[in-house]
Design a binder for this molecule. Sequence first.
Ligand SMILES: Nc1ncnc2c1ncn2[C@@H]1O[C@H](COP(=O)(O)OP(=O)(O)OP(=O)(O)O)[C@@H](O)[C@H]1O
Length: 517
Amino acid sequence: MCSGVSEVLSSVVKDVDQAVSRNINGAQLLHELLSAPWLCALLKIYECLLKFQRLTPSPVLPYAAGLSHEALLSSHDSVAQSDYEPVLPPLPDEIPEDEEAMRIVCLVKNNQPLGATIRKDEATGDIYIARVIHGGLADRSALLHPGDLLVEVNGNPVVGLEPEQVIHILANSQGTILFKVIPNPSQASNSQTLVCMRAMVDYCPLQDSSIPCPDAGMAFSRGDLLQVVDQSDGQWWQARKLPCATSCAGLIPSASMLKSKQREQWWCQPLQCSLTSPAGFRRSFRVWKRTSYRKRRQSCTTCSPNTNALSTPYEEVVLYQRPPQENHRLIILVGASGVGVNELRKRLIKLNPSTFQGPVPHTTRSIRAGEQNGREYHFVTKELFEYMVCNHRFVEYGESKGQLYGISTDAIDEVLKRGRMCIIDAEPHSIQLLRTKKFKPYVIFIKPPKRETKQKNEYFAELEETSKLIEAKYKQFFDSVLVNDDLQDACIELCSIIQQAQDEPQWIPVSWGRAED
Ligand SMILES: Nc1ncnc2c1ncn2[C@@H]1O[C@H](COP(=O)(O)OP(=O)(O)OP(=O)(O)O)[C@@H](O)[C@H]1O
């Protein structure tokens, strides 16, 4: 009680404060408030309470404490036994087995959506609750369930109405809505296991004519983490976007539904040039200037439907924290050519060579004076190099001045086995190849800084455009994004991102986390 009174007092002071800062005649207002009788009364109560608090008074009657304890327990028992007044008449003894119990549900809408969808049984004309959105108004009431037969809404019988007419009644009802429903006798238990998924495609419910209720739909884009809370419907799941998992769920297409949508779109879309180029790799292990992403795209000759469009629409993920005895996760830096990927990688290794290391590339060129096999390069014959290509041992490889160069998965593994953190800069299309349980790669996208239009020269404009292209196609694989503005700042931030990637829980595909079979 004492703290309650203090609270009232402090809120009065706060009110006065606000009034004074707003009103030029605040002093008069303050005077009026301070001389208000209720404030004097409150102050008196407060003084008394402070006095009693100091005196720590004991109960006047010795058994008062026991009595209050008993009263509390008796109230608890009454509630627990549903011992309410007035007592309702008992139910008649002979209720037929097939008697349908009607439930009257009263919900206060308060401008929020009902959080339920309805469907019509075409054979009988009955209107049913189709689904209840997790965390929505109907769900929080725990009184409406999928399969409940809707009889009346606000006194309007709904049997025989079209769903649109029922939705119209609901939309026009404000405040309290009264439903009469016949509960679904075979109510499925709501104990769904929560599954987390990474969206590998973009989805917009407002552009999807097949969604049962676009307002209940949830838009998402590639890379978003979704907590799927209900998969009971084969076509429409319910999910929340992480990290704010407390909000109301939304409808998203199930994986099979999205796949069939993708197939439809795939057949409608024109043939696209494949963006993958086996010969594209980065400056970190080559000596010539790489052609830009855009130019490579144009020079690409293989034409095929965009296979990415048919890839799995959701990837199930789990939180993973690397156990100290396990290899470090492979760190992949990607970005547009010239954005500074190689510079950042080199600086990081130079900064701490006992922690960070790059893989040693393979080459067919001959060894030069001062070089050591396995240090600058693994010097191999052309036959061996080609054998390795055929056996998919290279992450990236290419040719320069008649000599072959490549980064092998074995070279990456070598670094990791030595207990170091392996940092590579790779072409974006190589990410998929490296996404394995063994490497558990953590992908960092390096972005150019935003430049004002007047500061933007042709170089920056192209860098920005290429970055956008890469992001648009591969962002679902990015674990982190780093803007390379000031080199030193970017390097420090990169260090901290990598530390977090290795030492803190991160979302990885569920298949990477499973124990060895
Ligand atoms: N933040 C930065 N500020 C100024 N210069 C930078 C910055 N980052 C990188 N550079 C410089 O830009 C040039 C290109 O960088 P880098 O070689 O790392 O590009 P890249 O992204 O690896 O592209 P490529 O694979 O084509 O070489 C280098 O001269 C590098 O020193």
